[in-house]
Write a protein that binds this ligand. Sequence first.
Ligand code: TXA
Ligand code: MG
Length: 302
Amino acid sequence: MKTTIIQEDRLAEAIDFLKQEIPIAFPTETVYGLGAYAFSKTAIQKVFTIKGRPNDNPLIVHVASYEEAKELAQDLPSEFSLLAKKYWPGPLTLVVTKNSTVPDLVSGGLDSVAIRCPAHPIALRLIQAVGPLAAPSANLSGNPSPTSALDVLEDLQGKIPLIVDGGDCSVGIESTVLSLVGTRLCLLRPGIISQEELESFLNRPIESASHKTPIASPGMKYRHYSPKARVVLAMHVKDLQGAYVLSPKPTGSMRLLNMQNLYKEFRRADRQGVCEVCIDCTEPQAIGPALMNRLVKAAGII
Ligand code: TXA
Ligand code: MG
């Protein structure tokens, strides 16, 4: 299959493929997604196959509005509308009890569904034309998420017909995932919208999902975000060495580490064939919890 990168002016072609149950890649403000119509089991199964993703790792359903989200869920707690009205469209995914209309394939067999309204005009236009889109990040399972159309091409060339180019993603790492299922609030994946920000907005404590209970979010148990190069976290200045060093405060030949370019740097390091990427973690507070979460996984520590 030939993979074509198209611009926004040819969006009708992307809509046609989605309506024919063929997954395509599109930009969001966080990372690029590999989208399929959420109610087409045929299209959803193709997404799992293309990515090489285990079937028990559920997908996020992308909607264009709060009203559309309500139709996918049931027993919605009051926090759902508060959060959706404050943060949508935006990089916050809410996990809620699913409605029986949502295919089990989308939710990995769980009773819950993850929903998010992305803040990207191309993503919103596709959803408005086709309906809710189930979309994981548009990388091969385990690789760093793609933040440009060329990153998607690198992983999925020949596997999908179309990539819609929306330029570089402004956030650069995946959305914050918050579970509202049950009586407690649980942060399943940290992101640019921080746990502290959500706690202060809701005026309620949020638990952090423990890796000892991977069932909270199946995605947590899989190796993730990794370049081919070995990722080493340097906790002491003496360990800051090697040909490829990323730092939140770079000096000399070090390269800048921040949310927007973490995955870009991982992919760049692999293209250069370096065997090790050293991360300056001497000041963890300069890195922050969301980036640290990805770094620890990339280093294979959890
Ligand atoms: O920013 C993002 O969220 C991007 C863009 C494309 O929207 N998407 C993304 O999807 O990162 P993905 O599939 O790479 O990550 C979804 C995460 C996984 O860790 C998955 O296990 C979790 O969300 N998840 C999905 N549905 C869930 C559910 N019902 N319960 C718990 N965790 C869920
Ligand atoms: Mg992913």
